[in-house]
Design a protein around this ligand. Structure first.
Ligand code: PEP
Ligand code: MN
Length: 340
């Protein structure tokens, strides 16, 4: 069961609902989003029905949600959410370009990649400081030093930063330095990490596990929401299939299906999907056409020297093609590119 508070509900009114539920032996999880506060109830639903929560001051509505995911379901929250990252919106009516290097390598490489991203129309900077690598011998990222580089590049360019956190123990530090916390495909069901990012007070980008179903992905988002954070965007980054011609298979259906099941924005990662530079712009076009709220794209000033994912990084003239797609196509589907 879910209690949707009115937009003008006070903190005391929220507390009163929580207290009534807890006194009745239930648990109440308060989630604050940009647009409203929602309280998810865990316990005996028939008993909750007798508490007359709907009549309490500040309460807008009380729903019984039939989906296993409640806070993130559209059933409970019919209007699409806008998630703001350092003032940059991701959501309906707009299209947001997020771009930057796969990994933060040096201050110069990161700043140059950010400038390339900006030249293509990006308003958010991506870049990994903590890299979850398949091989323990591969570059693991610069860690805390990488976060400082990202913060310096944000100061220089004005671009808010999206960066991955791979360990619950690092969440506080990453939340202090970055504007949005990314949970990667390999951690989509790391429940302790999901709960930690849910409590961190920063928007979260939740990438789809490479073999995760829509329901599993939404249940992972529910872990984040249940800890009090509704500022979540879902990122389709390609799934494992039998095909070996691409790194992963971009599931374009995920975008409209997830937007129907959930009020959360859906982002596409055309770089990790195809794993090939020549596919990034075509897959970006597909993402825009199918209604994605944003794309997140790898760029690198010198992909041949990249320490991570060089073959999928855009550079040079590729940026012009990316810029043209992100400028010209969103209006065809009723959106406009977010600019600063
Ligand atoms: C990334 O975005 O750098 C990344 C590691 O992506 P994924 O988790 O989708 O593989
Ligand atoms: Mn990568």
């Amino acid at each position: 069961m879910v209690v949707v508070m009115r937009r003008d509900a006070t903190a005391a009114e929220v507390d009163a609902v929580v207290e009534r539920v807890e006194t009745a032996g239930g648990e109440a999880f308060v989630s604050r989003g940009v647009q409203r506060t929602i309280i998810g109830l865990v316990g005996d639903v028939t008993h909750f029905a007798s508490l007359n929560l709907k009549a309490m001051p500040g309460v807008g509505d009380v729903h019984r949600v039939s989906k296993p995911y409640k806070l993130v379901s559209r059933e409970n929250h019919p209007t699409s959410s806008v998630v703001e990252v350092g003032g940059v919106p991701i959501g309906p009516g707009t299209f947001t370009l997020i771009a930057g290097p796969c990994a933060v390598e040096t201050p110069e490489q990161t700043l140059e990649a950010a400038r390339m991203a900006q030249s293509a129309g990006a308003t958010l900077l991506r870049g990994g400081a903590y890299k979850p690598r398949t091989s323990p011998y591969a570059f693991q990222g610069l860690g805390a030093r990488g976060l400082d580089i990202l913060a310096d590049v944000r100061a220089e360019t004005g671009m808010p930063v999206v960066t991955e956190v791979t360990d619950a123990a690092d969440v506080a530090l990453v939340a202090e330095k970055a504007d949005m916390l990314q949970v990667g495909t390999r951690n989509m069901q790391n429940f302790a990490l999901l709960q930690a990012v849910g409590s961190a007070g920063r928007p979260v980008m939740l990438k789809r596990g490479m073999t995760a179903t829509y329901d599993e992905w939404l249940m992972a988002a529910e872990y984040v929401a249940q800890r009090g954070n509704l500022d979540i965007v879902l990122c389709e980054r390609g799934i494992r299939t039998f095909e070996t011609g691409t790194r992963n298979t971009l599931d374009v259906s995920a975008v409209p299906v997830l937007q129907a099941l959930s009020h959360l924005p859906v982002v596409v990662d055309p770089s990790h999907s195809g794993g090939r530079r020549d596919l990034v712009v075509p897959l970006t076009r597909a993402a825009i056409a199918v209604g994605a709220d944003a794309v997140i794209v790898d760029v690198h000033p010198d992909p041949t020297a990249a320490l991570c994912d060089g073959p999928q990084a855009l550079f040079g003239d590729d940026l012009d093609a990316l810029a043209a797609a992100c400028r010209d196509l969103p209006p065809v589907v009723g959106r406009r590119l977010v600019t600063r």
